[in-house]
Design a protein around this ligand. Structure first.
Ligand code: KIV
Length: 277
């Protein structure tokens, strides 16, 4: 039986100076692929809302949607640590609700940790979730659940004031007990500095190469995201193009009687056929 990665395996990688590799996943077959590739941890991100469910942003995503998809990922991943992303308003209104919602990821869905956005304004909530025995992955920089407050998905921390705030927020998350922090869309040099200052690992997305690890949205990596592709994404596969070609080929072969062939069909002895005179 595979032994699943723990948060200690993740934090030890920083000590051993080895890069942490993470990806998002939202379903069973992708979780299988990610496990087979030996990815360190998988985030069932609330990007689910955009890349799988077709919402405009991550704000409408519900706890039930996150639990449903996290369960599928948990069935497919035997080795990677699984982190469930707490959706908008699942941890903002009341600390007890936040603990219960974080607990649903662990008890119902089978994840080993949760992620939530923000720092100073969420620190009591983050501490309470960690005190309940649930590991927390922090998330700073561009925090998509605050898209309206940020006025879009602009790089965060180019100016001194915000750069200092992100550094202070990162230290607060470390003090609160987070096992790692996602840095999304912050300047590379700021991410490098934060990574040097912190003992816990930083996981970058659009934060340069000097973070302790990297994460990408799997649909971006595979080229099956038809929406906006941010500058920080590297497409490793033309998934949409190749899948479209396959679907069109199927359509053509059905229309031309080239599919299915005899090899795709089941046989019956002639005498067993019903008589229809
Ligand atoms: O929801 C998500 O997929 C994320 C990653 C972009 C880090 O938060």
């Amino acid at each position: 039986m595979e032994i699943r990665n723990t948060i200690t395996d993740i934090t030890n990688k920083k000590i051993e100076n080895k890069k942490i590799v993470a990806l998002t996943a939202y379903d069973y077959p992708t979780a299988n692929l990610i496990d087979e590739a030996g990815i360190d941890f998988v985030l069932v991100g609330d990007t689910l809302g955009v890349v799988v469910l077709g919402y405009e942003n991550t704000i409408p995503v519900t706890m039930d949607e996150m639990i449903h998809h996290s369960k599928a990922v948990a069935r497919g991943c035997k080795k990677a640590l699984i982190v469930g992303d707490m959706p908008f308003l699942s941890y903002h209104t009341d600390i007890n609700d936040a603990i219960k919602n974080a607990g649903r990821f662990i008890k119902e869905a089978g994840t080993q940790a949760v992620k939530l956005e923000g720092s100073n304004e969420r620190i009591k909530t983050i501490k309470a979730i960690i005190d309940a025995g649930i590991p927390v992955l922090g998330h700073l920089g561009v925090t998509p659940q605050s898209v309206h407050q940020m006025g879009g998905y602009k790089v965060q921390g180019k100016d001194k004031k915000i750069a200092e705030k992100i550094m202070e927020d990162a230290k607060l998350l470390q003090e609160a007990g987070c096992f790692a922090i996602v840095l999304e869309c912050v300047p590379a040099l700021l991410a490098k500095l934060i990574s040097e200052v912190l003992e816990i690992p930083t996981i970058g997305i659009g934060a340069g190469s000097q973070c302790d690890g990297q994460i990408l949205v799997i649909h971006d990596l595979l080229g099956i995201n038809i929406g906006h592709i941010p500058k920080f994404v590297k497409k490793y596969f033309e998934g949409y193009k190749l899948m479209l070609e396959a679907i069109k080929e199927y359509k053509k072969e059905v229309q031309e009687g080239l599919f299915p062939l005899q090899s795709h069909s089941f046989s019956i002895e002639e005498e067993n056929l019903p008589k229809i005179y």
